[in-house]
Design a protein. Structure first.
Length: 340
């Protein structure tokens, strides 16, 4: 990209969801006079008797968690979706439509250790999380069209408990974000006979500018069209439709690259880095999934320090997403703090 694009406002196209993002690199040059505090997080104990996710403890439902060794999955006691929902449509008027949606919500504890984050866990322990993601996708994919695996990390992202955990919501419908990606990938495949994201991986490996970290099987980039300051996209280098297709070496390399990426995130602002992350793979029961390629999105809110975050308000809510620091600058910053 020429200097015009590096220094002047422009819009970038996201081929994965068909949306545009406004990039204003000239604003990143302005002086920052706000505070840059250092937050020292209180050290947590490895076991907290009050935690509803720790092994052996009682949950709100009155059920007791087993003394699990690696990971533990349970049905969310406050599920947003319920499996026994009868299929019904409400259509009194074309402007007033509703459909019922059966689904299931689960919580996945990443580790029995209350005091660790995914970034702080050993690669071997992260591999157990990868395996749990695979098992859950396999099982719930038999009953639901979409299985959303995600993690909200940190209070800033609305996470209610520091015990390392993620969630799984499975439902009988393709949610908005997924539907956009489904259309875009399907259309790209029809026109080019190649999955969009596989083509994108090749491009990013050639250009190298937005690469954060890679290994034999995986690539992490700050996507060209990223909206969050330090947003990243994690992609397999070869064709993979879903998590359930991963071979042993890919599982291992996934655990390893997750460790490196998350460690870099933590080092960036010297804090346990908050984010929402989640997996997107080919939907189940869909006839045409040829254009799909598995990937994970990481959406961290932090902008300038452990406490200064980006807000998606104003122009973003009413017009479109906007960013100051370019994805190329963000990738360079993340590469600088990548552990060896
Ligand atoms: P978050 O902190 O990421 O929101 O996840 C915690 C989830 O755990 C939340 O969805 C559930 C909440 O409904 N939960 C239980 O299922 N049982 C409990 O005893 C407390 C919290
Ligand atoms: Zn705990």
């Amino acid at each position: 990209m020429g200097t015009d694009f590096r220094q002047r406002p422009h819009r970038r196209y996201n081929p994965l969801n068909g949306e545009w993002v406004l990039v204003s690199p000239q604003r990143a040059l302005r002086p920052w006079q706000g505070q840059v505090e250092r937050v020292t997080a209180a050290r947590r104990p490895p076991y907290d008797p009050e935690c509803y996710l720790c092994p052996g403890n009682l949950r709100a439902s009155g059920e007791r968690n087993p003394n699990y060794q690696h990971t533990f999955v349970f049905v969310n006691d406050f599920s947003a979706l319920l499996p026994d929902t009868p299929l019904k449509a409400f259509e009194d008027h074309p402007l007033l439509r509703a459909v019922s949606v059966p689904g299931e919500c689960r919580v996945l504890c990443f580790s029995p250790r209350h005091d660790l984050s995914l970034a702080e866990m050993e690669v071997e322990a992260i591999l157990h999380v990868v395996d749990a993601w695979i098992e859950q996708t396999e099982e719930l994919g038999k009953r639901f069209r979409w299985v959303q695996i995600f993690e909200n990390k940190g209070e800033m992202m609305g996470c209610s408990n520091p015990h390392p955990h993620g969630q799984i919501w499975a439902l009988e419908a393709l949610p908005n974000e997924v539907l956009k990606e489904h259309h875009q990938q399907t259309q790209h495949y029809r026109q080019n006979r190649r999955p969009l994201l596989l083509e994108y991986v090749e491009l990013e490996l050639q250009q190298a500018e937005r690469v954060v970290v890679e290994n034999e099987d995986w690539l992490v980039v700050t996507p060209f069209w990223a909206i969050w300051p330090f947003e990243t996209l994690l992609l397999p280098k070869s064709p993979v439709l879903r998590l359930t297709e991963l071979k042993n070496s890919q599982r291992l390399n996934l655990a390893a690259i997750l460790k490196r990426l998350l460690a870099a995130y933590d080092r960036l602002f010297n804090t346990s880095f908050p984010y929402s992350m989640g997996w997107h793979g080919a939907p189940f029961l869909e006839e045409n999934v040829l254009g799909w390629q598995l990937h994970a999105h990481f959406y961290p809110p932090l902008l300038r320090s452990a406490t200064v975050r980006k807000f998606m308000v104003g122009f973003e809510m009413l017009a479109e997403a906007q960013r100051d620091i370019t994805p190329e600058q963000a990738a360079a910053r993340l590469r600088e703090v990548l552990p060896s």
